[in-house]
Design a protein around this ligand. Structure first.
Ligand code: GLC
Length: 735
């Protein structure tokens, strides 16, 4: 529809209709009895308001979507179709690794592929919008939602943000298989005080702009259709009612022109946060801040009209919001075809098809990070007795907290993956202990979590017996999928007690332990690493998890994942991140001088640093060569190294390139990731890897908060992870 027609439509709509477009009703409003009893009564709304609603969320059944849309278009006075939105975070029916795992692939183009497949499956199922990507920068593994982020680095997050948006949206939202993407949560939700869910965020303006905003900017530059507000406060003002954040920053500075939606009930929560007296004031704050859609409450629908009648708001504010929503519907082609790509036939053909599973298997294998390997991997495919022990040995919930359509029956467990690898090995499988602790009651997204096939009391003994018999023990350990995700903050990052006891008992009777960790966050793996010959971080790998692990264990695929988030030495170290600051008294390793930036009881170094990961071979790096050692604003400078595979196995190295600004008008991180390249090398093969350095890479928010570069000395680091000291120096001269 032409824009003029949209404006004509807007002008023809009643105020009730306009306000209806700003309302997103949850799925239960569309169940049969909704109108007369249930949610509608609670909301104090009737059939007319439901027929005016502009969008709904979390409805997944394509047949129901078709029915609801048919009804909506008929009953909406101007036949305006609904937008169907949902959380498709790491897959629709084909489930990919959780986003934090995808970040560890260091392959944004692979994440784009996963997003494309998710969009294809979701759009055939009738969905129009996904509340993804979540691009919140994370540095505190106590926070459960680190699993949804692509990690601690702003540059890496920005690349993934743009790639995932493009994967969902394609070239044109009208195209078949495209869905609109909603980037979240704006802004800085990933920095809650004490890692506690929904807690306030205390950030300087400089940190907000320097570290936390770039990834949202990247999503918006990539054309993301929507932005979701975050639950947290910034500068003690809740984001959802924060006019400075939503208007001055998001609309004016970043230049976003699309639809802004609140997070679930976040407008109503302005009351609980203590900045709104009642729903009327909450509606006013959110509308003035520029929040277009009220997700899942009746605040807008019950208060906006009165605010206009009182002259506190004017109808043009409502019109602007409605026009943005109508524009999105138009960009999706919903006025011409309210069902877009909904197609039951294709829906069943696409979901979990071999081609999609193949992509899921590759993404899972590439996302896993080999943290330790003392010459025990890869396994040989011949007469060996392998004991597979632990709560994840046969567990099929390998798809994380936010895979609402993930199903055990569609997921390859570790045990199945080992069996399907048709290695000529004897496989003993013992759960040993439960995933949940003795008296633990864990509530997931759909109520109380139950333990799948709980162990009997002598299971521990069975496990020890199996370990005594086996040549090699594979321990499949980890946290429950609902120990992370929304509402999943934890104060202790170690594995559950009963798993640590199992590990201790088994590793005492068999030294050939390979530990595989399933988690949604970096955990404190000290004990596990100490007692294992090999440690593989598997995250929550999705539908093809078991096959991907078997591919890695048997060397069919070489491990190539690199950590997108630091693994702390202990919980006491968090928040921790590689791009930290030197301080005036950096620790020199010698405790004699008490007065240094360090702890008395633990080291400063993490257990495993950002960018770290092993393969089955070794690589050497030449010194860093620079095309010149002085550059000015107009120049570029090339840094290069020669990387050689000096092991016996083929492998993929992720060559990482960091810069340090040694002196500036504000303190600068000890290093920042500015580039990386993955290179596949056969044994004895080498390759020259080059990185271009331009002045724009050296910019930051200076003392006066201008985004600029300053002349001075810079260090270039190129190596295997964020601790590399392989360096060279150059100067930037601005004259
Ligand atoms: C949740 C989450 C948000 C999600 C939304 C809709 O509370 O914070 O990420 O998209 O509600 O499910």
């Amino acid at each position: 529809m032409e824009r003029m027609k949209l404006i004509e439509l807007l002008n023809d709509m009643s105020l009730e209709e306009k306000i209806g477009q700003l309302v997103q009703l949850s799925s239960n409003f569309y169940e049969d009895e909704a109108v007369l009893t249930g949610p509608a009564m609670e909301f104090g709304i009737g059939e007319a308001e439901i027929n005016h609603a502009g969008s709904t969320l979390s409805i997944f059944d394509p047949k129901i979507i078709k029915q609801i849309q048919e009804n909506a278009v008929k009953k909406q006075p101007h036949n305006i179709p609904l937008l169907f939105m949902a959380d498709i975070i790491n897959g629709y029916k084909t489930i990919f690794p959780i986003p934090l795992a995808q970040g560890c692939t260091f392959q944004p183009e692979l994440a784009k592929k996963c997003a494309e497949v998710s969009a294809k499956e979701a759009s055939a199922g009738g969905l129009h919008v996904t509340f993804s990507p979540m691009v919140d920068l994370v540095r505190d593994a106590r926070w459960g939602r680190v699993m949804e982020s692509t990690g601690e680095d702003k540059y890496l997050n920005s690349l993934f943000a743009a790639a995932i948006v493009q994967g969902y949206q394609g070239k044109d939202l009208k195209d078949k298989g495209s869905i609109a993407s909603c980037v979240k949560h704006f802004a800085a939700y990933g920095a809650p005080t004490a890692g506690k869910e929904y807690n306030n965020v205390e950030l300087s303006l400089r940190s907000l702009k320097e570290d936390y905003l770039p990834a949202y900017q990247a999503a918006i530059d990539a054309g993301v259709s929507m932005v979701m507000t975050s639950f947290n406060t910034l500068d003690r003002i809740p984001a959802t009612g924060n006019k400075w954040l939503m208007q001055d920053v998001l609309r004016k500075q970043i230049g976003f022109e699309g639809v802004v939606i609140s997070d679930w009930a976040a407008i109503e929560e302005l009351i609980t946060q203590g900045v709104a007296q009642d729903k009327e004031e909450a509606a006013q704050l959110a509308m003035v801040a520029g929040v277009d859609i009220d997700m899942a409450t009746n605040v807008y629908i019950k208060n906006l009209k009165r605010l206009i009648e009182k002259g506190i708001l004017n109808e043009t504010q409502i019109d602007e919001a409605v026009l943005r929503i109508l524009t999105l519907k138009n960009e999706l082609g919903l006025f011409e075809n309210p069902y877009k790509d909904l197609d039951i036939e294709e829906y069943s053909r696409y979901n979990l098809c071999p081609e999609h599973r193949k992509i899921a298997r590759k993404a899972a294998a590439d996302s896993m990070v080999l943290l330790k390997n003392d010459a025990i991997l890869p396994l040989k495919k011949k007469e060996q007795c392998i004991a597979l022990i632990g709560p994840y040995a046969e567990e099929m919930h390998l798809y994380g907290a936010w895979s609402l359509l993930g199903e055990d029956s569609n997921t390859i467990s570790l045990k199945s993956g080992m069996e399907l690898a048709d290695a000529d090995n004897e496989l003993l499988c013992v759960k040993g202990v439960n995933l949940l602790s003795e008296k633990e009651t864990l509530y997931g997204f759909k109520g109380l979590v139950s333990e799948s096939n709980p162990v009997t009391k002598d299971a521990m003994k069975e496990a020890i017996k199996a370990a005594q018999k086996a040549d090699i023990v594979i321990l499949a350990l980890g946290e429950h999928a609902y120990h992370s995700g929304e509402g999943g903050s934890k104060a202790d990052l170690r594995l559950p007690k009963q798993q640590r006891e199992l590990f201790k008992a088994v590793s005492q009777v068999n030294k050939n332990c390979i530990s595989i960790i399933f988690s949604g966050r970096p955990m404190d793996l000290r004990e596990i690493a100490e007692g294992s010959k090999s440690v593989l971080q598997a995250w929550f790998p999705g539908s093809e998890g078991g096959n991907a692990i078997a591919d890695l264990l048997y060397g069919i695929v070489s491990p190539s994942g690199r950590l997108a988030m630091t693994f702390p030495y202990s919980t006491g170290q968090v928040p921790i991140h590689y791009d930290h600051f030197n301080t005036g008294r950096p620790f020199n390793g010698d405790h004699k001088n008490r007065f240094q930036s360090k702890y008395l009881d633990i080291p400063n170094e993490p257990l495993y640093p950002f960018g770290y990961g092993l393969g089955y071979t070794k690589f050497s790096y030449s010194e860093v060569k620079l095309s010149k050692t002085n550059m000015n604003k107009q120049d570029t400078l090339t840094a290069s190294v020669v990387v050689k595979n000096i092991g016996e196995h083929e492998g993929i190295e992720t060559v990482q390139f960091y810069l340090q600004d040694q002196k500036a008008s504000v303190v600068r991180p000890v290093r920042e990731l500015k580039g990386f390249q993955r290179v596949f090398l056969q044994p004895a093969e080498s390759a020259e890897i080059k990185f271009e350095i331009s002045e724009d890479m050296l910019r930051f928010y200076n003392y006066n908060m201008d985004y600029t570069s300053e002349e001075g000395t810079f260090l270039v680091f190129i190596g295997e992870n964020s601790t590399t000291m392989n360096q060279a120096e150059f100067k930037l001269q601005l004259c």
